[in-house]
Design a protein around this ligand. Sequence first.
Ligand SMILES: C[S@@+](CC[C@H](N)C(=O)[O-])C[C@H]1O[C@@H](n2cnc3c(N)ncnc32)[C@H](O)[C@@H]1O
Length: 350
Amino acid sequence: MLNHFDTDIEITSDDLRQTRDYIHDLSGIHFTLGQITSRRHRLQQRIADLQMTAFRDYFYHLKYDTTEREGTQLMSILADSATQFFADSAVFEALRQTILPRIVADKDAARRSRTLRIWSAGCATGEEAYSLAMVVHDILRDRQDLTIEIIATDISTDALAAASLGEYSASAVDTLPEAYRQAFFVASDGDFRISEELRAMVKFSQHNLNDPDKVRLIRHIDAIVCCNVMTDWSDNARRRLVRGFHRVLLPGGYLLLSSSESLRGISRAFHPVAVGKSLVYRRTPLAIRSEVITSVEHVVGTAEAPIDQPVATTEPATTSVTGRAMNLLKGVNGASSESDWEHADWGLRR
Ligand SMILES: C[S@@+](CC[C@H](N)C(=O)[O-])C[C@H]1O[C@@H](n2cnc3c(N)ncnc32)[C@H](O)[C@@H]1O
């Protein structure tokens, strides 16, 4: 079947399938045939922009480009990169109210590393990373003793160029509280530019989350925010990335997905934990990892520290906290039969 849109370049259904498979292998994104078909004209436009006239020539160029530069470019054109400041407000509230204070309190108590490292994985044009910086600035600006690193990565070089520039339209910053606009933006020709102070808090870098060798380079992370990135990914690609996240998080570190995403059916290596309106995922803290878990208190916390509460989402429904905790314990200590657990890495290989 041939189709002609804005250009004369012919793209058959087989061509679309090949493109879809290429994008999946590169990025983890698995477009349905309907999704890739609806993007046919973007592919045609890309081929035309490169002054090529046949899909076959373009695909050769794509496939044999060992730098993957064209693949990354195509992926930027085809993938969804919609984002906004504080896109999933529950995630940022969980960080502000509970997670960041808790991470810092744990560091203080353990006299551990003075570095707080947060990773915005799949940051698109930077709004998520700068939102993190605003929250961190709000609650930790007086902690001069802490080194704070916000690492923000994306596969798309175009998105990263915009993120790095940090210039946003009036409508993009419209949703922010006035106090934030005043504190963190400078008006510039009708647009708003991120302040130098906030810009300096974020390190942007091009990075493919579907490449396990790259994922393991970003290490000793306290919290990973990976919202709306894996939504179109295949389950295998998700499993691989989540395994990578588990490895690079510090013990007790947090993985935050958007409210519409979960690790159900993907991984049981994390503890699901209810924080405010969010369900977040936590790597087992050191205190738990250093011994075989034998008591419910290890998992549900104590009366003095009821900050968060694990929820056994992958186990049969039970109503009591104790019941849910027991399900978690069953999972932790009886993990051998679950294939996901072989990757649980309870810290022994760190
Ligand atoms: C819909 S945006 C989400 C942006 C932001 N996290 C948010 O929730 O507002 C998805 C982003 O994930 C990025 N992405 C998808 N697959 C990726 C991969 N394999 N490696 C790195 N980034 C990827 C896309 O380039 C895009 O910028």
